[in-house]
Design a protein around this ligand. Structure first.
Ligand code: BYC
Ligand code: FE
Ligand code: FE
Length: 471
């Protein structure tokens, strides 16, 4: 580990002068981007943050007060495995690659650029939220996520610079030129162009969209291109906190709503709103929006891209080790598909072509875990209302169901019938305005906004009233 370097790393940057120069050339452009599109309005304060200074158990999470402009982003790969072998596809069992094979260069670059693009996008999406934080504890978590997503950008830019020559350097620049929601140069994947202007959306995003990140990184962690696998494995250790923010954040919103319902002796949504909490039907509409958008991030159900990524060893299934047949030949997956006559039918696809769907189904299952937990809270509080994940047919923009209108149960509707009931199922302008009206900054240590319950624990064994951000 050369920690004294301008760019902390465990990739031997000190021994590779041309790579070091290339990254040091990109660094000021990154800093410029962070100053313009990061959480700029909070640059004067100090934040209690964890920083990775190495990749081992001791040094991946060093805590301390840091100013956001002075955060030190490092390049860290998880330790290499001796004699690692390709775990799936046509080359199953052969040694993994330390360099990019020429024939896979374009495809790998595309995967890495797509992954990379989401990281700064999320920072851009979240940049205004500091002004309406529910507590200093939450504000600190937001900044922790922002610095780590920015580090994930560094992780991908390292791969581009180290392995893709001039093309890679150009892609690294372009990553700072596309921006979330930009009309002319938007981010690549649609979810990363959606505005995140309230903390309910942030918690939904970190629950549903960061979880897509987890599943995509698990697939990339299987890659035959070993540097990509190792960097994805290290990113996954950081991802745990982002998912925790989403999961615990949404649980706290539900808990607070139930408290208000109990104190009012009423589950009337309007009365919950009048008392300054999020009513459960609104919460459900936010789930519907962010879940359906995040489902699109897995790509189409049938994808020749996915088949060739799998065949050539570039991108595997999440947790590939749990399958028997790592070549995935001769198997098929039954897919749900519109029949083109206003109904639904089935199509059987060769498994390799359906790898996006394999990952999506595993993801959907995991998304359901939190929903069940929230429903147990609601049930224990004595209410009939139940939250649910909408059908994968609902509100899709990618794959078979793009352009089909279906209700959250998956019943196919006409465009007119859908739009007549849209406000029941998706956040309306009025819902968004209401949720935004709850968002007022609370910055006194230990105090919490009225729409969200306090967390169970502080950060890093510190008390809840610790001053996590010194503004
Ligand atoms: N929006 O064969 P298909 C994260 C495009 S999140 C717009 O179905 P493929 C994070 C697709 O590019 C994880 N376009 O797609 C989370 C293709 O375009 P072209 C990010 C979309 O290639 C929170 C066409 O539609 N990582 O880390 O099988 C905070 C249809 O092609 C979308 C990755 O995504 C969409 N939603 O699969 C911070 C991993 N979906 O070629 C960070 C790398 C698809 O026709 N990427 N398209 O122009 C991939 O593995 C694949 O690119 C995808 C798509 C899974 C995304
Ligand atoms: Fe990330
Ligand atoms: Fe993340």
């Amino acid at each position: 580990m050369d920690g004294g370097e301008r760019i902390p790393n465990n990739v031997g940057l000190g021994q590779n002068q041309s790579l070091k120069r290339a990254l040091e050339h990109w660094q000021p452009h990154f800093c410029e981007w962070w100053r313009q599109l990061g959480p700029t309005d909070f640059f004067a304060g100090e934040v209690y943050l964890r920083t990775a200074v190495g990749a081992d158990a001791k040094s991946w999470a060093r805590y301390g007060l840091v100013r956001l402009p002075e955060y030190r982003w490092g390049i860290f790969l998880a330790p290499g495995e001796a004699d690692r072998r390709i775990g799936f596809g046509d080359d199953f069992g052969l040694p993994v690659w330390q360099q990019v094979p020429g024939e896979h260069r374009a495809a790998l670059r595309r995967l890495i650029v797509t992954q990379a693009d989401t990281e700064p996008a999320s920072v851009e999406q979240q940049r205004g939220l500091g002004h309406s934080c529910p507590s200093l504890y939450d504000l600190r978590n937001l900044f922790q996520i922002n610095v780590e997503e920015a580090r994930h950008l560094w992780a991908m830019v390292y791969l581009l610079h180290a392995h893709f020559g001039r093309d890679g350097r150009e892609e690294a620049e372009a990553l700072l030129e596309r921006h979330s929601g930009d009309r002319d140069r938007p981010r690549i994947l649609a979810t990363f162009n959606e505005p995140i202007e309230d903390w309910l959306s942030l918690f939904m995003f970190t629950y549903f969209t960061d979880r897509d990140g987890k599943y995509q990184l698990k697939s990339l962690a299987e890659s035959a291109f070993d540097p990509l696998s190792r960097t994805a494995r290290f990113m996954l250790t950081e991802e745990g906190h982002h998912l925790f923010v989403g999961d615990s954040g949404l649980s706290r919103v539900v808990r607070r709503s139930l408290e208000v319902m109990r104190d009012n002796a009423s589950d009337d949504p309007q009365r919950v709103r009048d008392r300054g909490a999020v009513d459960l039907p609104t919460f459900q509409r936010y789930i519907n929006f962010w879940f359906s958008s995040s489902l699109d991030l897995f790509g189409a159900e049938i994808s020749s891209n996915a088949a060739s990524y799998f065949a050539s060893g570039l991108k595997g299934r999440p947790d590939e080790a749990r399958y028997q047949d790592h070549r995935a030949l001769g198997e098929a997956l039954l897919l749900d598909k519109p029949d083109g006559k206003g109904g639904a039918g089935k199509e059987e696809a060769p498994l390799r072509n359906a790898m996006n769907e394999v990952a999506r189904r595993a993801y959907v299952k995991e998304c359901g875990v939190g929903v069940e937990r929230w429903n147990r809270l609601i049930e224990k509080a004595g209410h009939e209302f139940r939250l649910s994940l909408p059908s994968p047919r609902f509100h899709r923009a990618i794959g078979f169901w793009a352009g089909v209108f279906a209700d959250p149960e998956g019943k196919i509707l006409s465009a007119g019938a859908f739009s007549a009931r849209r406000a029941e199922w998706l956040p309306s302008a009025e819902d968004r305005a209401f949720v935004k009206s709850l968002m007022r900054a609370v910055v006194e240590p230990g105090k919490m906004a009225g729409w969200v319950a306090p967390p169970v624990h502080g950060v890093d064994h510190l008390p809840l009233d610790y001053e996590y951000v010194r503004l």
